[in-house]
Design a binder for this molecule. Structure first.
Ligand code: PRP
Ligand code: URA
Length: 209
């Protein structure tokens, strides 16, 4: 069973509370999402393998540590996953970024693929898939399927708000993928929106409604 980590840090919860409010502006929403990405990124990366290497300080030679072989690639699910990339890139400036474009069909709620561009050596990398919303889980599962078809073996999923239905679907379909969320909400409504959620994340990040 895939592990679920709920990042209950007070700073994350404080910022998420403001993001949920319907009167929060696009500008504030985007800024808060970036700040949460930074805070969650610290937790999401805390067990990355490190390797020792020799350095010389102004005083003497010593051993330091660096992130090991499997370099990190961030893969946002377009559009809303982009909102988490800037914060993560501040933590991991050397990360490569792949993109997977999926949108949810309004009637069926099933993901429709429209774009995919990944680094050539993606199969050698640890991949962090980002998407603020894990609702039915269809988009996340399809994105992870696609990455596994390209040979990826080390995949993590980072979301802001999740519904139990979406978590269950990812856990059942991809038991090897660790899931990190800031909140596990109550349920989905009849339009497959998360309740209480925060509305349409893409529209709120990009001001399209
Ligand atoms: C939203 C969200 C996820 C997906 C979650 O994207 O950003 O990708 O829905 O729903 P699911 O778990 O039921 O698949 P949306 O389809 O609205 O596209 P957008 O990011 O382009 O607005
Ligand atoms: N996509 C969103 O942006 N919000 C939801 O609540 C569900 C899917």
């Amino acid at each position: 069973m895939a592990q679920l980590f709920i990042i209950n840090h007070p700073l994350v919860q404080h910022k998420l509370g403001i993001m949920r409010q319907k009167e929060t502006s696009t500008q504030d929403f985007r800024r808060l999402l970036k700040e949460i990405a930074l805070l969650m990124g610290y937790e999401v990366t805390k067990d990355l393998p490190v390797e020792n290497y020799e350095i010389e300080t102004p005083i003497c030679k010593t051993t330091a540590q660096r992130i090991g072989e499997k370099k990190m690639t961030i893969v946002p699910i377009l559009r809303a996953g982009l909102g988490l990339v800037d914060g993560l890139m501040e933590l991991i400036p050397g990360a490569k970024v792949g993109h997977i474009g999926l949108y949810r069909d309004e009637k069926t709620h099933k993901p429709v693929p429209y774009y995919c561009k990944l680094p050539k050596d993606i199969d050698q990398r640890t991949v962090l898939v980002t998407d603020p919303m894990l609702a039915t889980g269809g988009s996340a599962c399809d994105a992870i399927d696609l990455l596994k078809q390209r040979g990826c073996k080390h995949i993590r999923l980072m979301c802001l708000v999740a519904a139990p239905e979406g978590v269950r679907k990812v856990q059942e379909t991809h038991p090897d993928v660790k899931i990190y969320v800031a909140a596990l909400d109550q349920c989905l409504n009849e339009n497959a929106y998360i309740v209480p959620g925060l509305g349409d994340a893409g529209d709120r990040i990009f001001g399209t409604k």
